[in-house]
Design a protein around this ligand. Structure first.
Ligand code: COA
Length: 183
């Protein structure tokens, strides 16, 4: 697991985080995922892995800043979510959560990391493009709320030997960015 500089921390997402998760969901998505679905993901879905990015300051309660999740299906890591509290965006936390998933994908010896993202979600697409995800297709009307298309993006890990080195470089850069950001 990537170790972010203090006071930031990465850990597994817990059921006790769900009130904060639901608030971030409501502030982030046109159709927020319901608490019941997260309960299932955290308690019953054996394929699911969720992580939390938090801030812990002395004498203060730990605060959830963002979270991410993926399903490990055979040798594929499918990213189901990355979300950062709107008040904490633009400081490298989305990148932290994505880097952490990519590290975990290596630990699982995954061959492929995949995801779907709304066609209109430029911020998320730019995040994935920064990590050299490729656009490999489109699912028409995938998001039923407004019938929006999903863009499919993937990155191949096992057949791309230079990627581990690329990720190590990115981790050093992100560590420096997080160390100098006002947290
Ligand atoms: C997408 C999201 C997770 C990014 O989190 P963040 O902490 O603000 O992102 P970071 O500060 O780590 O930025 C990393 C990269 O993402 C991209 N990015 C982030 N915000 C962006 C924006 N508003 N516009 C364009 N690109 C953006 C950039 O490539 C950025 O790299 P840079 O800082 O070198 O320019 C955040 O905007 C979010 O939670 N959105 C709502 C939920 C969502 O749409 N999740 C993704 C779908 S599952």
């Amino acid at each position: 697991m990537f170790l972010p500089p203090n006071p930031l921390h990465l850990r597994s997402l817990r059921l006790s985080d769900l009130p904060a998760v639901i608030t971030i969901e409501q502030n982030s998505f046109p159709t927020p995922t319901k608490e019941k679905s997260y309960r299932y993901e955290l308690s019953e879905n054996l394929l699911a892995h969720y992580q939390a990015a938090t801030i812990r300051r002395a004498n203060q309660e730990e605060q959830l800043l963002g979270y991410a999740g993926y399903w490990l299906i055979a040798d594929e890591v499918h990213i189901s979510i990355i979300a950062v509290d709107p008040q904490w965006r633009g400081r490298g936390l989305g990148e932290l959560l994505l880097q952490n998933i990519l590290n975990l994908a290596y630990e699982h010896a995954a061959a492929l990391v995949t995801l779907e993202v709304r066609e209109s979600n430029q911020a998320a697409q730019d995040l994935y493009l920064k990590y050299t995800f490729e656009i490999v297709g489109k699912r028409r009307h995938y998001y039923r709320d407004i019938g929006e298309d999903a863009i499919l993006m993937t990155i191949k890990l096992q057949s791309n030997h230079l990627y581990r080195h690329f990720l190590d470089q990115k981790q050093k850069q992100l560590h420096a960015r997080l160390s100098s950001a006002p947290f």
